[in-house]
Write a protein that binds this ligand. Structure first.
Ligand SMILES: *Cc1c(COP(=O)(O)O)cnc(C)c1O
Length: 389
């Protein structure tokens, strides 16, 4: 059997079960389709999943929205600088520009592909207000070092945890660390999905209150609450020009059941990652960075890098995989190469040698919970042929 006779193996696919479908149908029949009881339940379930009752979990319609709300609540605005990694999706950085603040992009640590803490430290100026690390591919960034640095310099930390459900750092789930806010994504290809959606998590009651208000038009009932015991159901006050970032109950219905399966999905992804590690070991590929001993990697992505011993370029490798019916992707075209970011800040590739080096060589291989070990073997076989092994 030649690989071409097999069905196309996509790079990512969601795993939606009957429970999700039934819950969505129940929501549709309930008459309550926008934010309501299911979104509330999803938030409570999320806090329970993280295992820390002091957390506020707030459902939003994307992680991009969540990152925007987090930085807004922290008071980021014109004149401020926010430091993040060049090796990410544009959403991580664009939200800083929504607020009129400036983005300072720094390089990655080639050992982890996550933000380089020494580069963060070197980029701090009197205007710096916050750091936004990304747990790239589902491997935790060096949070102990980043949190210590942020504390010593009086900076806020917002974790872009779009890849990191569930990921641990020092044995603690991402979402329960000492950062100010953590934001998860439930986009279609993430480890759990609501189609589009996200969750904002914080321990800070004041930040939570601001995020809740700004999530829905700047609408508040708190002002009224202060003066009277009984608030009429129709009463609200607009306290700010807020956003429309709430998650629908239709989406939350999916999320409730996806969250229940998050650990099982991680186990399957871990199994696939281990199978990849073994099947690819002899090829001229640098395998993905490992988590610290005892820590959990969500394996949102399985990213390999062609070594200098590999024949041909990364682009040819991807073409050959596609020709053999295997989808893959590139995470990411670094922001310093994107016209908007490059031109706005006059960025040059030489400023980001590690991200640039990784970008030129990396490929994200298919990785999703519905894949099988046989699928991994098929990818490895095609990869071996493409690399002339
Ligand atoms: C997917 C992703 C986002 C954006 O998530 P949405 O829910 O699509 O807004 C942000 N940052 C990173 C690193 C991502 O991968």
């Amino acid at each position: 059997m030649t690989p071409n006779t097999l069905p196309f193996l996509p790079f990512a696919l969601p795993e939606i079960g009957q429970d999700e479908i039934d819950e969505v149908v129940d929501t549709l029949k309930s008459g309550w389709v926008t934010t309501g009881p299911k979104a509330k339940r999803f938030e409570a379930d999320f806090t329970e999943f993280l295992g820390d009752a002091s957390l506020h979990s707030m459902a939003v319609n994307s992680a991009t929205a969540g990152l925007h709300l987090a930085l807004e609540a922290l008071g980021i605005g014109p004149g401020d600088e926010v430091i993040t990694t060049t090796h990410t999706f544009t959403a991580t950085a664009e939200v800083v520009r929504y607020l009129g603040a400036d983005v300072v992009l720094v390089d990655i640590d080639p050992a982890t592909l996550c933000i380089d803490v020494a580069a963060v430290e070197a980029a701090i100026t009197p205007r710096t207000k916050a750091i936004v690390p990304v747990h790239y591919a589902g491997l935790a960034a060096d949070m102990p070092a980043l949190l210590a640095l942020a504390k010593s310099r009086g900076l806020k930390v917002v974790e872009d945890a779009a890849h990191a459900l569930p990921t641990t750092c020092g044995g603690q789930l991402v979402g329960t660390l000492a950062s100010d806010v953590t934001v998860f994504s439930f986009y279609a290809n993430k480890t759990i999905t609501t189609g589009e959606g996200g969750m904002v998590v914080t321990r800070d009651a004041e930040l939570a209150s601001r995020i809740r208000v700004m999530r829905l038009h700047g609408m508040s009932r708190d002002a009224f609450d202060r003066f009277t015991a009984k608030v009429p159901s129709w009463y609200y006050e607009i306290v700010a020009p807020g956003f429309k970032y709430n998650l629908t109950d239709i989406a939350a219905a999916l999320g409730i059941h996806q969250l229940r399966r998050a650990r099982a999905f991680q186990v399957q992804r871990q199994l696939l990652a281990t199978a990849y590690d073994q099947a690819l070991a002899a090829l001229p590929l640098l395998l993905p960075p490992r988590p610290q001993p005892g820590d959990m990697h969500s394996w949102h992505l399985y990213v390999v890098r062609l070594t200098d011993a590999a024949p041909g370029a990364r682009d040819d490798f991807i073409d050959k995989l596609f020709a053999a019916g295997i989808g893959c992707s590139v995470h990411y075209i670094p922001l310093h190469l994107q016209p908007y970011w490059r031109d706005r800040y006059g960025l040059r590739a030489e400023q980001y040698p590690h991200s640039q080096h990784a970008f030129e060589r990396l490929v994200s291989l298919p990785m999703y919970s519905r894949m099988t070990v046989a699928d991994v073997a098929r990818v490895a076989q095609v990869a071996a042929r493409a690399l002339g092994a």
